[in-house]
Design a protein around this ligand. Structure first.
Ligand code: AGP
Length: 608
């Protein structure tokens, strides 16, 4: 989604702004721009397409030691240069970049037009810069405050004023912003990735904070005019590591990092001595755990698929009634939330607007919600207050891979911890914990000797008209995840179904041109899923079967057999997901797709 960077200091701003924008490219965008201060006016350069187009358009001597930059993912108005940010006011003395959505922009625009303002774009954002200009009488923070008081919606904004060189005013409401301090220079970004290479000392703005940023640092105030200060946090080492190393794509690097990311997620959390698990971030004593009546697990996209596995584990291992739900549906259906219910909000980025909305809905209704989040300090982590970091390390590729397996692992640890209090004895708990701890090395071994049949599957699905992914129980969650990966990275039309649902309608789509990918680990549902395989094969489908190593029958019925290490049912997604990640990656490559920047997608979806 949209990204913001800002710089104020002694250096020329544009190289630093461009570097920051490149670091935000992974979030997904369709145009980019910068604005710097040039004596008594702002100078704005914007281009459609990648940051490299913008870089080529920026004059080598573009002046300015204060500047802001933006990558835009279009919401209001098409992908055009006029709609790209930053936007300037009519006098070209103020420039503003914005992430988020101004919901009452139409009313504000009409009022400004009545005042004689001529709009130059179709965006909701442009009203903001004209409002700031209207209220500007010499005090930039006051002008921003007065403008924002009229606005309904979400925003993270950065504003520069020709009359105030060496100053950026930033404000946040629902769209993240982080300010960083260097030596005689300050940085602003919507994502810590953009500034981690320059500084680790950062402050995350809270909703309704306004920051006055100069080269010496910042002062913060609230939208209501009161003063406020925020704790300076230190960004971890891993934030600066957003390179691809020797890998051709971030996605492949992140798939291959799963042995380490999973080990990091589990480290110190599974306690073999007691057969239980320790999750400090949840801070719940056994008495509280014993009283949980119901668990709800909320997320979007891949995080929802991990939530499905988490809910299944809560129910079957800890015997707590549990459900998983897509955040955007949950937040608007006026859900019943009981006093002893417990919720998890699952999100890699910690910034997904729908999941953040669901968190707030649980809180408004007096419920307890804990984050299962990767990005430290993100909005969901901070709004929940308590939770579990999954410790995947930075996930740059738009397609979520290592975060999925870490989310599943973190939810399994939580389920083990609850189960040890409610249902499991020490031996059963230890057996589950031991198996979980063995997963990272099984993942590593499988990735190192990736079966050649993955490439056969690539050939099949890239030639098919339409692909089905089938599985049952937690393998249905894996089927959903496999189909999502193939859609977003290879743009291959596909659909996932619980295997037994095929005969209730979708089987009508099967013919000899329909590849079917079936996830069938050796669990209680295996025989039933094998029957579905027979049904689709009888109608001409060619079948890729992801099955447990050593299951010769599953291998025999497959047209293409992909064995993965054996695991008990709840742990199987950590292994069966691997070939589907690689199937999507290698299919995307075979079809010449832009793997790390798939069309129309954004890494963190910060709008509804
Ligand atoms: C995953 O490959 C997708 N790009 C997407 O579905 C993602 O999982 C979803 O937008 C949720 O993101 P989050 O985990 O950051 O909340």
């Amino acid at each position: 989604m949209c990204g913001i960077v800002g710089y104020v200091g002694e250096k020329r701003a544009t190289p630093l702004l461009l570097d920051g924008l490149r670091r935000l490219e992974y979030r997904g965008y369709d145009s980019a721009g910068v604005a710097t201060l040039d004596q008594d006016r702002v100078q704005v350069v914007r281009r459609v397409g990648f940051v490299q187009n913008l870089a080529a358009a920026i004059p080598a001597d573009m002046p300015g030691h204060t500047g802001i930059g933006h990558t835009r993912w279009a919401t209001h108005g098409g992908v055009t240069e006029q709609n790209a940010h930053p936007h300037a006011d009519s006098t070209n003395r103020i420039a503003l970049a914005h992430n988020g959505i101004i919901e009452n922009h139409a009313v504000l625009r009409a009022r400004l037009e009545d005042d004689g303002i001529v709009f130059r774009s179709e965006t909701d954002t442009e009203v903001l810069v004209h409002l700031v200009s209207k209220f500007y009488t010499g005090d930039p923070v006051d002008a921003v405050r007065k403008a924002l008081l009229l606005v309904q919606g979400t925003y993270g904004i950065a504003v520069i004023f020709a009359a105030h060189p060496g100053l950026i005013v930033a404000a946040r409401n629902g769209s993240p912003l982080v300010v960083g301090k260097g030596d005689g220079e300050s940085f602003l970004a919507s994502d810590p990735h953009a500034l981690a290479a320059y500084t680790r000392q950062v402050v995350y703005l809270e909703d309704r904070d306004i920051a006055r940023i100069d080269q010496e640092g910042w002062t913060l105030s609230r939208l209501d005019g009161s003063d406020v200060s925020r704790v300076v946090e230190v960004l971890g080492e891993e934030w600066a590591d957003d390179g691809r190393g020797d890998y051709s794509h971030h996605m492949l690097k992140e798939i291959r990092e799963q042995p380490e990311s999973l080990a990091r997620c589990l480290r110190g959390r599974v306690v073999p001595e007691s057969g239980g698990a320790r999750l400090g971030g949840l801070d719940m004593d056994p008495r509280e755990i014993a009283h949980i009546q119901r668990v709800g697990v909320l997320g979007c996209g891949t995080s929802f698929h991990a939530s499905l596995v988490g809910a299944a584990a809560m129910e079957s291992l800890a015997r707590i009634p549990a459900f998983a739900e897509i955040s955007s549906e949950f937040r608007y259906r006026n859900p019943v939330i009981g006093r002893d219910d417990m919720f998890f909000a699952v999100s890699q980025s910690g910034e997904t607007a729908d999941t953040l909305g669901a968190v707030r809905e649980v809180q408004v209704k007096g419920g307890r919600i804990f984050g299962v989040v990767n990005v430290v300090g993100s909005s969901i982590a901070r709004t929940c207050g308590k939770g579990v970091y999954v410790h995947s390390g930075p996930e740059i590729a738009v397609a979520s891979t290592k975060a999925f397996t870490s989310q599943v692992a973190a939810l399994l640890v939580a389920a083990l911890s609850f189960a040890r209090t409610r249902t499991l004895g020490p031996h059963e708990g230890k057996a589950f914990g031991d198996e979980l701890l063995a997963v990272p090395s099984a993942v590593g071994e499988w990735l190192e000797s990736e079966p050649p049949s993955v490439m056969d599957a690539v050939e099949l699905v890239t030639k098919g008209r339409f692909v089905f992914f089938l599985g049952r129980g937690v393998s249905h969650a894996v089927a959903l995840e496999g189909a999502l990966k193939l859609k977003e990275i290879a743009y291959v039309p596909c659909m996932a179904y619980p295997a037994a649902e095929m005969k209730h309608g979708p089987i009508a789509l099967i013919d000899h041109n329909t590849p079917v990918v079936v996830i069938v680990p050796d669990d209680v549902m295996r025989d039933k899923t094998l029957s579905t395989i027979a049904e689709v094969k009888a109608r001409g489908a060619r079948v890729v079967v992801v099955h447990s190593a050593g299951d010769m029958h599953a291998a025999r019925v497959a047209d293409i057999s992909i064995p993965v290490p054996r695991a008990s049912t709840l742990l199987s997604p950590l292994l069966t997901a691997l070939p589907l990640q690689l199937l999507a990656y290698r299919s995307g490559l075979a079809l010449g797709r832009d793997i790390d920047r798939p069309r129309n997608l954004a890494k963190s979806v910060t709008v509804e």
